[in-house]
Each structure stands twice: as C-alpha cells, then as structure tokens.
Design a binder for this molecule. Sequence first.
Ligand code: 5RP
Length: 225
Amino acid sequence: MNQDQLKQAVAAAAIDYIKPHLNNDTVLGIGTGSTANYFIDALAELKNHFDGAVASSDASAERLKKHGIPVYDLNSIAGFEFYIDGADESNHQLELIKGGGAALTREKIVAANAKTFICIADESKWVDVLGSFPLPIEVIPMARSYVARELVKLGGDPVYREGCVTDNGNIILDVFNLRIMEPRKLENQINQITGVVTNGLFAQRPADVLLLGTSEGVKTIKNDA
Ligand code: 5RP
C-alpha cells in the first residue's frame, strides 16, 4: 500500500472505532490535513447517525459543510468524547508533532475539549524520538524575529514558513534540527517565549489512541500512561 492508501485505511479504522458510540447527540472534534480529509469523507456516510462536528480549521469546516455535516462553534459545546486528527510524528508515548498544515493552535484547543484523542497516521509518522519533522510554532507576526532568536537559544534552527498565514492571522516558524528527548519540557519552554501562540508539540496532552497504518494492517496503540 502507498501512503495515501494507508491514510485511507486509518481513516476507515477510525470510523469503525467511533461508530458504536454515535448517537443523535454526538458531536465530534475533527482535525486538519490529508488524513483528516479522508476521515471527513468517510464520515459523510454516517451523517444521519450523529449531531455534528467542531472543526480545527476553516478548511475542515468547509469540507464538513460540503458533506452536509453541521459545524458548531466550540463555545457552544460543553466538551465531547472524540477528537480525530492526523499527526506529523508520533513517538511511542503517543506524544506528537503537529502543525504541518498550520492548524496547530485550533487543533490543540479542540483536542483539549475531547475525552479521547484518536490520532490517525501512516507508519512514516512513527518515530523513536520526535524532531526529524521540523516543529511548527505559531507566532504573533510582530514577534517573529524575537521568537526566532529565542528558539536558537533552545538549540533549534527556525525557518519562516513563507506565504503562510494561519486561520488566526499569525505566522509559522518551523524549527529544524531538534532532537526532542523531553517533549513535555520543551513544549512548556517554548510556550514561555513571549509572542508564541502555540507550539506543535502535543505532549502535555498526547493522543489517547493511535491508529497506525502499516503494510501489515492498521495497528491500534493505546496510551497507557
Ligand atoms: C495540520 C496537522 C496534520 O494533522 C498533520 O500535518 C498531518 O497531515 P497529513 O494527514 O496531511 O499527513 O497537524 O496542522
């Protein structure tokens, strides 16, 4: 199977995972990216079996609406069971790097509201140590140079993502050459830099379940921590 087929397989596995739990009151948290898109497309078949969704990006909200799935403002929803989203990397503790699609801040907010974060990813995302994928940081535009200098002090090589404006009107710095041995600590350190909106480490709130697409089939990996 190629990477796209693996993404489709994990999207289908996520549908199987949540299907028994759906009812007319169910609201789902939905992520962003190509794997999340496969999930949204598969979810359309079930649109009469749940209430609606909260989306982590304008792009995902548009895709959900095109399928006729109601999209709610997060402020009108008092928490929900499932958040389903992809990742750029996952380590064995299901700590993630996210934000390749620049939606990290809203992804983190929606994930924070969910009881169960189901991460869907193909096997290329499974790593021993986070950091080969450059760590995305959402930054207030006027703080770009200051934040970049502070990130260098933490040992990274930040690069401005040209032409990228987030749904929140901010910019992205991608930090190269990090070997992240203590993801929770680094997540906190980066959040302390003035001008940082969010960083793409999901370690304080890792995934609860990883559905990992491999050539031997989809593996279900649970976070027992
Ligand atoms: C978007 C994300 C995505 O989940 C991540 O980039 C993975 O994307 P894809 O499913 O296209 O490989 O964090 O901000």
